[in-house]
Design a protein around this ligand. Structure first.
Ligand code: F6R
Length: 366
C-alpha cells in the first residue's frame, strides 16, 4: 500500500509530479491555448465580476491560499483576502453579494472552513470549493468548485494536497485573467507551457533528496529553526516551518524575510539554522542581503536556490538546488526540499511521521 516507500508521507511527496499533472490534465489544452474548468466556465460572469475574492482555509490549505493571493492579484487583478476560517467565522465579517469566497480543503470536512462557507453564503456571496475528497461536505456545500486530483492523502502532514491546490488555483487565476484581459495572450501561453513542464521539474527537485538527507543529519538536534522567503515564497516559508513542527516537533517559524529586522533577528546566533528561499527570480538581491544579515550574526544558512546559483552558494552553509521556472510557479518547486527536510529529520528522530502526536487528518471539530 505504501508502494515500497517506508511511509505514506514519502510516497505522497514522490507522487507530486503525477498528482500535479493529474490536476491539470484535461483542463489545460496547451496547443489550443485554453483552460477548461466547468465550475469556473459555468459561473464566469459571477466570478470574473467579483469585487473581491475571500479565501478561507486552515493550516497547509491556508498557506496554499496565501500563494493564490499573489497569483490572483498578479494575473487576474482581483483583490484577494486570505482568512483563517476560524477567525473569519467569528468576527462578523463584511461580506456582500459581489464577493466570491473560495474554500480550500484537502479533506473537504474541516469544521471551521465549512462554517465560514455557510456564513458567506448566508450573506449572498458566491461559494467556490477547492477540495481533494470527491463528494466531501465542503464540495457539496459550495455553489461550484474544482477538485484537486491528488489522490488519497493518508499521511497527516499535507504534501501533495498543497501543490495540487496551488495548481488548481493558478489555473483558475489564469482563466480569469484571460477572460478579463488582465494577462496578455503571450504571457498566458508562457504560463501554460511552463505549467506543463512543472511535473518534470518537480522530479528534478526530488533529486535533492541526498543533499537534503545530509543537511537533516547536521541539524536534526537543533531546538529551533527559522524559515524565510519573500513574495510567492513567503507562504512556502510558513509551510516549511509547519511541516517541521508537526512531524519532528522542532520549534520552527516562518517569516517574510524582510520582517527579520523587526524582531526575529534577535534570535539568530551560531545555533540557529535558517532556511532561506532564495530563487533567482523575485526579490533575489533583497533576499541575498537578508542572507548577509544572518551571516553577520553567525546563523547557519540553508539556501533553497535556482540551479547554477553562485551568489548564495558563496554565502550559505548549504544550498539545495531546484530548477528554474517563472516566479509565480516557484512555490511548486521550492516546497519539495522543505517537505523532504522535515521528513528526514522526523525519521532520524524516530518520530511517527505519518501520524504525529495530537494531530488528526481531518479536523471535524472546531
Ligand atoms: C498540515 C495539515 C493541516 C491541514 C488543515 C486543513 O500538514 O495537514 O494543517 O492542512 O487541518 O485541512 P483541510 O485541508 O483538510 O481542510
Amino acid at each position: 500500500e505504501k508502494g515500497g516507500y517506508e511511509h505514506f508521507m514519502l510516497k505522497e511527496i514522490h507522487e507530486q509530479p503525477n498528482a500535479i499533472s493529474d490536476t491539470f490534465r484535461g483542463r489545460m489544452l496547451v496547443d489550443k491555448g485554453i483552460i477548461r474548468m466547468a465550475g469556473v466556465d459555468d459561473n464566469m460572469e459571477r466570478i470574473s465580476n467579483a469585487k473581491r475574492i475571500i479565501i478561507v482555509a486552515c493550516g497547509t490549505s491556508w498557506h496554499a491560499g496565501l500563494v493564490a493571493e499573489y497569483v490572483f492579484e498578479e494575473i487576474a487583478r482581483i483583490p484577494v483576502e486570505v482568512e483563517y476560517a476560524s477567525e473569519f467565522r467569528y468576527r462578523n465579517p463584511v461580506i456582500s453579494e459581489n464577493d466570491v469566497i473560495i474554500a480550500i480543503s484537502q479533506s473537504g470536512e474541516t469544521a471551521d472552513t465549512m462554517a465560514a462557507i455557510k456564513l458567506a453564503k448566508e450573506k449572498g456571496a458566491f461559494a467556490f470549493g477547492v477540495c481533494n475528497v470527491v463528494g466531501s461536505s465542503i464540495s457539496r456545500e459550495t455553489h461550484a468548485g474544482a477538485y484537486t486530483h491528488a489522490g488519497p492523502e493518508i499521511g497527516v502532514a499535507s504534501t501533495k494536497a498543497f501543490t495540487t491546490q496551488i495548481t488548481v488555483l493558478t489555473l483558475m487565476a489564469l482563466k480569469l485573467g484571460k477572460f478579463k484581459g488582465t494577462i496578455s495572450n503571450s504571457d498566458f501561453h508562457m504560463y501554460l507551457q511552463e505549467m506543463e513542464r512543472i511535473p518534470d521539474k518537480v522530479k528534478t527537485a526530488l533529486e535533492s533528496d541526498a543533499v537534503v538527507t545530509k543537511i537533516a543529519e547536521i541539524y536534526k538536534d537543533a531546538p529551533n529553526c527559522l524559515y524565510l522567503g519573500r513574495g510567492y515564497n513567503f507562504p512556502v516559508a510558513l509551510e516549511g516551518a509547519l511541516k517541521l513542527k508537526e512531524i519532528s516537533y522542532i520549534h520552527a517559524e516562518g517569516y517574510p524575510a524582510a520582517e527579520m529586522k523587526h524582531g526575529p533577528i534577535a534570535l539568530i546566533d551560531e545555533q540557529m539554522p535558517v532556511v532561506v528561499i532564495a530563487t533567482k527570480k523575485g526579490h533575489y538581491e533583497k533576499v541575498v542581503s537578508n542572507i548577509q544579515e544572518i551571516k553577520s550574526r553567525k546563523g547557519k544558512i540553508i539556501g533553497i536556490v535556482t540551479q547554477g546559483d553562485e551568489e548564495v552558494r558563496e554565502l550559505a552553509d548549504h544550498v539545495i538546488e531546484v530548477p528554474e521556472t517563472i516566479e509565480a510557479l516557484t512555490p511548486l518547486l521550492t516546497t519539495i526540499p522543505l517537505q523532504l527536510l522535515s521528513y528526514h529529520i522526523a525519521v532520524m528522530l524516530g518520530k511517527n511521521v505519518d501520524q504525529p502526536r495530537n494531530l488528526a487528518k481531518s479536523v471535524t471539530v472546531e
